[in-house]
Design a protein around this ligand. Sequence first.
Ligand code: ZN
Length: 435
Amino acid sequence: MGCCHYYAPSDGGDGAFSIDLSAIVFGAGVLREAGDHAAALGLRRVALLTDPHLAGLPHVAAVRDSLRAAGIDVVVYDEVRIEPTDESFRAVARFASEGSFDGFVSVGGGSVIDTCKAANLYSTYPAEFLSYVNAPIGGGQAVPGPLKPHIACPTTCGTGSECTGIAIFDLLAMRAKTGIVSRRLRPSLALIDPSCTYTLPRNVVAASGFDVLSHALESYTAVAYTRRKAPARPSLRPMSQGANPWSDLGCREALTILGRHLERAVADDGDREARSRMMWAATLAGIAFGNAGCHAPHGMSYSVSGLVRDFRPAGYPDAEPIVPHGMSVIVNAPAVFRYTAAACPERHLAAAEWLGADLRGAMPEDAGEVVAGRIVELMKATAMPNGIAGVGYATEDIPALTEGAYPQRRLFDNAPRAISRDDLAELYRSALKYW
Ligand SMILES: [Zn+2]
């Protein structure tokens, strides 16, 4: 596929890339190891964070019982908001500050794990809320030092939050999603138990599977790290450093697994093999995007989920309208990859092939169409919404969607091709409907 030139040196570009990882334990049943690992980390009193839907389910009980059996004092906080907000982050930070904890355990999806990162941060280094939030919305202040140990136990096969130093939330005053990004936020240990996926509703597996797909495809097609301006000091090298040879490894394997197992994992909730493989793909893609960074499909997703009016997907228990994260991402993806393919067609073609596309006769100029076509095929096969119109938007919403997403420069600047405000509006227009 002749991708070696992708990392050719460029004037003023970075000459090195970094690799940051959470420690990971992966295997069916590992939630029951939580107590021993926590004790080994020296923990004596922990906050266990989860959401109200999971609170009564066996995963939380397994972790809590394991911690208590290891002699650890556990206080459960089960009010984590799905799609957290600055308000919900503040509430849990107060709980964390008042509890004299020496460590944290999160059991849930990305919302729970992200909330736990914020609780750990604000209780360890209290500060005015916006100070750690990404610039330009917040102050972008660096996290002053190491946080307390955090054991993350993901219960869905999507976000990869257990492997990243990113915490995303809705800033209510601006109706915008933004986040806090720091290596210090990365959980100390991820306990990844694929058996958590066996009971997930099909629609949840589909949406989170497409989140994984987009993490891998965005990381693989991100701008090369050698084309990102070298940092002023080596310690300031960003985590969203662009595509690099390390993240490429995880992307390739994750996309291959998705090409083979996504449809199976959604179609048959008894297919444990396919669902376990999806969990492994989520882990690999999480490691990849934690070291490369996502780009436009995620950047665009923030306003797709933030401006939701009345979309209520099957399989999600919330009474409030919601565009689940993976759905809000994938509805943009075919439009974006049609656009970005011109920047690195060989990477788009390789990714399409790993996802199972037939490349016979495909030329570099077909790359965008080939990869978009394969994504659309998978979306149809798993009953995903048909573009942003499928989650309730129309042409007249494009200005608001564009204004909502445009400030996400951290993500758009990581795309392999420049994206202006007009380009972004055009991308939303192309994302309205795919079939
Ligand atoms: Zn995502």
